[in-house]
Design a protein around this ligand. Structure first.
Ligand code: CA
Ligand code: CA
Ligand code: CA
Length: 523
């Protein structure tokens, strides 16, 4: 007979996690095609969702560098060893103290006695929601740290539930501190697949049943509501959300042009290692997998059309639908703030950002001109920060002759005195940078860490008006809450393990660049 998840977990105490990955299903082995008669059950409402200025999740195991990259978390036995040794554990640490930053390194100004809150929003970056059973995955190319550390993550099968936990957390914070909207950081899907995007949209927009499971309908722990391959009820965000495109949304594995992978994505031939949830512990396999039409990789026009068709369309307008590039603007009502959303992902391949002259003349410069003419303060957002703009020649790409350089991009943006901040993702690290350009006005460039990798955070921002043009931007990371959600909790543990075992870098960034107050003077 099968053991229940909870009983398995008890066997593994004190590390009551990873049970399903250990194939803790008893002698019968897993039952990949068993019916799941029980409907998904709703989770109880969250009682609280503390910000990291109140308390933080702190990994307790020291971060190690494994000799010769072994043991490997993608091997179920090794993962069990890691879990048993506490690599997935954490404790609750004290809250972060926000650190002031000024553009010229001068002391921070005195806050106004009664500043006005203009906008509060959440930046949700780099979810990289993956179909971890796809034949086009390249898990065998995973490495400890380094360039290919993202080819496999032990938590990737749990990412739907981690995203759902983030949604629940945002909704709970929203009850206490009303949030205007969520803006994505790009790399929402991991490999440009239709099913990945559909799962992402469903988790954010809400659905009676989201089933993040492709190929065979797996049930690694028999019964409903007890493993990451079971359907679940997606609560959906209580606030609007805005789409931003990342390289992983339009490129296979974030690097490779989709054209060459349409057939492979819906086929059964494994390219470079993918997971099989029908086997104990969901190991990486190289033999054939059952094909699934829903895995088809999408061109960028098809991708934005699916986002447009979900919920309120999330910023995708007619111009975006026809170009496939998510360039658009929106205003925060009742405030001087205008967002300029720039699509920096290159369908020609490579993970770097590419802004072409046509993007500048056809969209960015006119949008900046219009904001200035309308007396707006600009928050520019894109997946890539200016530092990571290139000409598209990275792995899988090709040179784009009209690509704009980092220097030219910064000179353009700094030429407007009404730009408050450029918000980006991609580096999976909390970062703050002052961008300066000759003759221009300095502005903030801020990156938020990835939901998919340690510290698995999102970041809430507030824009405060202190009068006389003095503005402060407050950024507060948020750990997703896992109350009553053991599957999301398991996802957190696996993400911690990926980091502490040396298989993934540290995205927490400099301690001064996590909880932040950025000062700026606006016209
Ligand atoms: Ca499956
Ligand atoms: Ca299933
Ligand atoms: Ca189950």
């Amino acid at each position: 007979m099968r053991l229940s998840w909870r009983f398995c977990a008890a066997l593994l105490a004190p590390v009551a996690l990873g049970s399903l990955l250990l194939g803790c299903g008893g002698d019968e082995g897993p039952g990949p095609t068993e019916a799941q008669p029980d409907p998904p059950a709703p989770l109880p409402a969250l009682a609280a969702a503390p910000l990291t200025t109140e308390r933080t999740v702190v990994a307790t195991h020291e971060v190690v560098t494994m000799p010769e990259q072994t043991p490997n978390p993608q091997v179920p036995e090794d993962l069990a060893t890691f879990l048993g040794a506490g690599f997935g554990e954490f404790e609750i640490g004290p809250g972060l103290t926000a650190v002031d930053h000024t553009l010229d390194d001068s002391p921070a100004p005195e806050p106004a006695r009664t500043p006005a809150l203009l906008s509060r929003f959440v930046h949700l970056a780099d979810t990289q929601l993956a179909d971890d059973e796809s034949p086009t995955r390249l898990a065998n190319f995973d490495s400890a740290g380094g360039l290919t550390s993202a080819a496999f993550r032990p938590q990737e099968g749990h990412q739907c539930r981690i995203l759902h936990a983030a949604v629940r957390t945002i909704n709970r914070v929203h009850q206490d501190k009303p949030i205007g909207f969520v803006v994505l950081g790009g790399d929402n899907a991991d490999s440009a697949q239709q099913n990945e995007l559909d799962w992402f949209n469903a988790v954010l927009d809400g659905a009676d049943s989201v089933h993040c499971d492709s190929g065979v309908d797996d049930d690694p722990v028999a019964g409903a509501n007890n493993d990451p391959k079971d359907p679940f009820i997606a609560e959906g965000l209580d606030v609007p959300w805005k789409w931003v495109t990342g390289n992983h949304d339009i490129l296979v594995q974030g690097n490779l042009r989709v054209e060459g992978f349409v057939e492979a994505s819906v086929g059964s031939v494994v390219s470079g290692g993918t997971r099989n949830w029908a086997l104990p512990g969901a190991p990486v396999v190289e033999d054939e997998v059952p094909a699934d039409e829903r895995r088809r990789v999408m061109a960028r026009t098809e991708m934005v059309a699916r986002v447009h068709a979900s919920g309120d369309g999330h910023g995708i307008d007619e111009a975006v639908l026809s170009s496939g590039k998510a360039h658009y603007t929106f205003d925060v009502e009742g405030t001087p703030i205008r967002w300029i959303v720039l699509d920096t992902a290159a369908e020609t391949g490579a993970s770097e950002g590419v802004v072409r002259q046509g993007d500048v003349e056809g969209f960015l410069r006119p949008a900046l001109d219009a904001a200035q003419a309308d007396g707006k303060w600009v928050i520019l957002t894109s997946h890539h920060s200016s530092e990571l703009l290139g000409d598209g020649t990275g792995l899988g790409g090709s040179a784009q002759a009209d690509a704009v350089t980092t220097g030219a991009f910064r000179a353009l943006v700094a030429g407007y005195d009404n730009v408050l901040m450029h918000l980006a993702g991609h580096t999976h690290t909390h970062r703050v940078k002052v961008v300066t350009a000759d003759g221009g006005k300095a502005y903030w460039e801020v990156e938020t860490s990835a939901l998919v990798d340690w510290p698995q955070q999102i970041r809430m921002f507030e824009i405060w008006d202190h009068g006389g043009g003095q503005v402060s931007i407050h950024g507060i990371p948020i750990d997703f809450a896992t109350d009553d959600d053991p599957i999301a909790a398991e996802g957190r543990a696996l993400g911690i393990l990926d980091y502490t075992s040396g298989w993934q870098g540290d995205g927490a960034g400099d301690p001064a660049e996590r909880a932040i107050v950025l000062w700026s003077r606006m016209p």
